[in-house]
Design a protein around this ligand. Structure first.
Ligand SMILES: Cc1ncc(COP(=O)(O)O)c(C=O)c1O
Length: 329
């Protein structure tokens, strides 16, 4: 299958916000957008997005994972950027219409359909730096994606950056394009200098997250991860792993921890990144101040495997869904 995010379904869903109201959404053939070059988004970055998956089970029907939770997270992003806020019902309806239209294009698990709702400010006004966009476009792209772990997953190597933040205190939990642009420079530099996969951003020693995933420490009976605050993105995979971990009897320790603590704990814990694309992926090595620290034995640990399987079994339909996370299409 082609590279993640480069293959699209033939249709997409879209809805416009004009004159203070959302227009009826439509599912239409995927086409380039016609936009005024003065559109608010091009100048003042009024944009946010979501990312989640639908799975096609052996009964031929699709299920969308945590649809309402992702719609609510998008509402939070829209609010923080002063963009028109779509109702959960509107966004959910657009996703469900699109998935139902494209159900035949969804590959079987472990492959899936990645869904990308995007909201942009379209008001044509280059004098609106200090004013919100009163016009907007909401669209949903659908992209069939393969198994992230095909060919076996290799534990990741992270640069522990104890100075820089990925985002700002204000926008860390907003899923907005500028945060990804901001993380790109440090990530490319770290790849070139240290051969790492990602940067773990730890401003002032506070262990936060990487450019596109949350960070967890896992032992045989405990999961440690940063408690929710506005400095980082509140991942749905993180929340799901916490719920399943609790169900399986792990103690959940949502606490702030420092780089010093992380490096002291690394020999005895498994470390993992969580996110929609990669589910739960082991971290084998941490690089800090030019020195490599092996996490446990540097391999994917049994608890990481166990928790990932618990989540994927629900997503793929091979285990019950006790938390009601899946919406049948
Ligand atoms: C910055 C960042 N952190 C964490 C995550 C993980 O979030 P989720 O588990 O909802 O995919 C993502 C991916 O969306 C992200 O972009």
């Amino acid at each position: 299958m082609s590279q993640f995010g480069t293959n699209f379904c033939e249709y997409f869903a879209k809805a416009r916000y004009v004159d203070g109201a959302w227009q009826a959404p439509e599912v239409v053939p995927l086409e380039p957008l016609q936009m005024h070059p003065a559109s608010h988004v091009f100048h003042y970055a009024s944009t946010c997005f979501e990312g989640f998956k639908a799975y096609r089970w052996s009964d031929g029907k699709a299920r969308v994972f945590r649809l309402a939770d992702h719609a609510r997270r998008m509402q939070g992003s829209a609010r923080s950027l002063c963009l028109p806020v779509p109702d959960v019902e509107l966004l959910s309806d657009m996703v469900l219409q699109l998935v139902s239209h494209q159900v035949e294009d969804i590959p079987e698990p472990p492959s899936s359909l990645y869904l990308r709702p995007t909201l942009i400010g379209t008001l044509p006004n280059i004098g609106a730096a200090a004013a919100p966009s009163t016009e907007a476009l909401l669209f949903v792209l659908a992209s069939p994606v393969g198994d992230y772990f095909a060919g076996g997953s290799r534990p990741l190597k992270l640069l522990v950056d104890d100075k820089r933040a990925r985002s700002t205190e204000q926008l860390g939990s907003t899923k907005t394009g500028g945060n990804y642009a901001a993380a790109l420079g440090p990530t490319l530099a770290a790849r070139a200098e240290f051969g790492v996969d990602q940067v773990l951003f730890c401003p002032d020693g506070d262990v936060q997250e990487t450019g596109a995933a949350n960070f967890l420490l896992i032992s045989d009976d405990e999961i440690i991860t940063k408690p929710l605050d506005t400095s980082f993105l509140h991942g749905m995979t993180r929340a799901s792993i916490i719920s399943l971990g609790r169900d399986l009897g792990y103690t959940i320790n949502e606490r702030n921890f420092t780089v010093d603590e992380l490096l002291a704990w690394a020999p005895g814990y498994e470390a993992a990144l969580s996110g929609t694309a990669a589910c739960l992926t082991a971290v084998g090595t941490l690089v800090h101040n030019g020195k490599e620290h092996t996490v446990r034995d540097g391999k994917t640990g049994p608890n990481t495997d166990r928790l990932r399987k618990a989540l994927q079994d629900i997503q793929y339909g091979s285990a019950p869904d006790p938390h009601g996370w899946l919406t049948e299409v």
